[in-house]
Design a protein around this ligand. Structure first.
Ligand code: FES
Length: 130
């Protein structure tokens, strides 16, 4: 059975083949709906799209094992690549994380993965002013 390692939470869980990442995190008591840089995490835990792939609050980085997940879904591609007016457009958060960012609710786990919850959002980029 696949193992999901949550890096920030320092927790590992074993899940059935093909399990949904967000669903398994909720069962394990881990909140992946973290808002922007953790701001709003306590609200987003309850106020989210309930795994419809539309709110974008369950963004995670798959640090290892992306090959053990399903291909990016159409909803994720829309959310990450189409600039939609929102308080903070999710497509901006995707920049620089194209190979590792997923929506947890749209991610199926088929093998071992390592997950970073609540990816940092740096609007100006690391080296913007240097
Ligand atoms: S819970 Fe809303 S996009 Fe995943």
């Amino acid at each position: 059975m696949p193992i999901i390692k949550f890096l920030k939470e320092k927790k590992e869980i074993e899940v059935p083949q093909g399990a949904w990442l967000r669903e398994e995190a909720v069962k394990a008591g881990i909140n992946l709906n973290c808002g922007v840089n953790g701001i709003g995490a306590s609200i987003n835990k309850f106020v989210n799209c309930q795994s419809m792939g539309t709110c974008g609050t369950c963004r995670v980085l798959i640090k290892k094992g992306m090959e053990n997940t399903n291909p990016m879904t159409l909803r994720e591609k829309f959310k990450f690549k189409v600039p939609v007016p929102e308080p903070v457009p999710v497509c901006l958060m995707f920049i620089g994380h194209e190979k590792e960012m997923r929506l947890a609710c749209m991610t199926q786990v088929n093998g071992d993965i390592e997950v970073e919850s609540s990816p940092e959002f740096n609007l100006f980029g690391v080296n913007f002013f240097s």
